[in-house]
Design a protein around this ligand. Structure first.
Ligand SMILES: [Zn+2]
Length: 187
């Protein structure tokens, strides 16, 4: 499995993991503190789980993001904006909705802010076409990458990729090289 594939699998697993940790932490919090207000408990548990999700998501992807100062500052600004939105909507919901009906809405508000944050950072962290061109230029024309896992096959004396085990014809590898070196936007 390539590193990218494992990052994608881990990202998918983060969503069921979030449901499990939310249920466990919610259950534990209600058991351990019978005197705490239900509304406060739900707010605390959902904000803590949303923060843990964001940190896990960032830890999973930070190694492949090109952290330019602009991208770093925009990530902080976006995270602050989403956190403020979550807190503001929680406050508004508590004020506007009857306390026994408000709990599902509190969870929805935090989940919506979390989803918005995730969509935003995926866009922010995505490689720009200029960065892609530079990366390709840095890789060099004389480099041959595995068409499946992108392992650098230069210097190998056979056509089997040592990383993923797939075997290719020379033509397939050349096709991949042509495709990789074509200007951005053509693929
Ligand atoms: Zn490979």
């Amino acid at each position: 499995m390539s590193r990218l594939a494992s990052r994608i699998v881990l990202t998918i697993l983060l969503f069921p993991a979030l449901i499990v940790t939310s249920s466990i932490s919610g259950g534990l919090a209600s058991l351990l503190s019978p005197f705490i207000d239900d509304v406060e408990l739900v707010i605390g548990v959902s904000l803590a789980n949303a923060t843990a999700f964001a940190v896990a998501f960032w830890l999973n992807w930070r190694g492949v993001v090109a952290w330019t100062p602009r991208r770093t500052s925009r990530t902080w600004i976006w995270s602050g904006a989403c956190a403020s939105l979550a807190v503001a909507s929680l406050a508004a919901l508590v004020l506007l909705i009857d306390r026994w009906n408000v709990i599902p809405w509190l969870i929805i508000a935090v989940a919506a802010a979390g989803l918005l944050w995730t969509i935003g950072v995926v866009r922010l962290w995505q490689e720009s076409s200029k960065e892609r061109s530079l990366r390709i230029a840095a890789t060099g024309v004389n480099t041959a990458l595995c068409p499946v896992c992108r392992y650098d096959l230069s210097g190998l004396t056979n056509l089997r990729c040592p990383e993923c085990g797939n075997e290719f014809t020379l033509g397939r590898i050349q096709d991949e090289q042509r495709r990789r070196l074509s200007p951005p936007g053509l693929d």
